[in-house]
Design a protein around this ligand. Structure first.
Ligand code: NCD
Ligand code: ZN
Length: 356
């Protein structure tokens, strides 16, 4: 039995501060309009990923994208998009500094070129972006990292661990003041590195990586809706992520990485990476934390640790979840104008309902 458990094991109701999503893909246009309500229903803020086509590179791009998001908000929604810039080898440190100073951007995103969806404009040579990173270290602007190397010789299941050893650790030794978020960690190596990183390091964990391992994608047939990047790893890594998320450590916080793609592009000979979890994340997380006997730590993971890292206030509102005998239902698909988007299915009944 862990000490400090505030809620009895048969706890049927929990109220937490309104959560935030520290890693979210909203896309643009009709897809943005279709998926945004799925996030604003429960979340007060989200770090908005900049990997649009073309990407959100400059302060001007971020301002225009922010306006499109605000224009797409459902009526009565109170939601704050926290904008990010997509780091390229041409990024101007002064533009980044001005965007940060004005409050327009909350972080800069590093995509190693070729690592994931729309990352071809990302960084090939870290030396070329050092002036930007030095400026960010100076002003305290966080760098969100897609932590995978793209070297073809490195096995896809090892890309995160190799990134930590060959890119992240040397970068942080060189720029110890740089504030870094290890986005969507998927391995015990990621968990361990984040644990030792001190206050300048945070790590987001997705909902789906707490639920699936690589067997879910590959055993008994290829299941494209479980394919995402970084790809889910062995069971021991999923268990390490569960221990980290429910540990109460302030290093780990929720970043759903909810990443909508239309079914036609997921169920495809070369299917897109991404799981769409915006709709049911809070129910799924309550289920996972309940299973781990850690419901008292859900609030830290979903609502407190992220704001603490980003130096933002916690949200004023709350959400309440109740465990009902009836399992939750949610739409199998979100009907977006470009086509249906399949909602992540955990493969087991979930009894935690968001009631208010
Ligand atoms: C994301 C996407 O589709 O934009 N896909 C994913 O599998 N997570 C990109 C990313 O965050 O890697
Ligand atoms: Zn992502």
């Amino acid at each position: 039995m862990r000490s400090g458990l505030r809620y009895p094991a048969d706890m049927q109701k929990i109220t937490i501060r309104r959560p935030d999503d520290w890693h979210l893909h909203l896309r643009d246009g009709a897809m943005l309009r279709a998926v945004l309500p799925e996030t604003t229903r429960h979340f007060a803020r989200a770090i908005i990923m900049p990997n649009l086509v073309p990407p959100v590179v400059t302060a001007r791009d971020a301002l225009a994208y922010r306006e499109r998001i605000m224009a797409a908000l459902p009526e009565e929604a109170t939601f704050q998009p926290l904008m990010t810039l997509y780091l390229t080898e041409g990024t101007d440190p002064a533009d980044v500094a001005a965007a940060a100073a004005s409050g327009l951007v909350t972080a800069v995103k590093l995509y190693p070129a070729g690592a994931t969806t729309n990352s071809h404009g990302g960084v090939r040579d870290l030396a070329k972006v050092m002036p930007v990173l030095e400026k960010m270290a100076e002003i305290g602007l966080p760098l969100c990292t897609h932590g995978e190397v793209t070297t073809p010789e490195v096995d896809i299941f090892d890309r995160e661990a190799v990134f930590i050893d060959t890119v992240l650790a040397p970068l942080r030794r060189r720029l110890p003041d740089l504030r870094v978020v290890m986005e969507h960690i998927t391995t015990e190596e990621g968990v361990a590195y984040a644990a030792e990183g001190g206050d300048s390091l945070g790590a987001t964990i997705t909902t789906h990586h707490l639920i699936i391992n690589r067997n879910h994608i590959l055993a008994g047939g290829i299941r494209p809706h479980y394919y995402c990047l970084p790809v889910a790893k062995r069971e021991k890594h999923r268990l390490a992520l569960r221990r980290a998320a429910t540990s109460g450590s302030p290093r780990y916080f929720l970043g759903t990485d909810s990443a909508p793609h239309v079914d036609a592009l997921k169920e495809h000979a070369c299917g897109c990476a991404g799981c769409f979890t915006a709709t049911n994340t809070m129910s799924l997380l309550a289920h996972v934390f309940d299973e781990e006997g850690a419901l008292d730590r859900l609030e830290g993971f979903a609502s407190l640790n992220g704001p603490a890292f980003y130096r933002l206030p916690v949200n004023p509102g709350t959400v309440t979840l109740e465990k009902h005998a009836e399992p939750c239902t949610w739409p199998e698909k979100i009907q977006a104008e470009p086509g249906p988007v399949t909602v992540f299915q955990p493969g087991f009944p979930v009894h935690w309902h968001v009631v208010s």
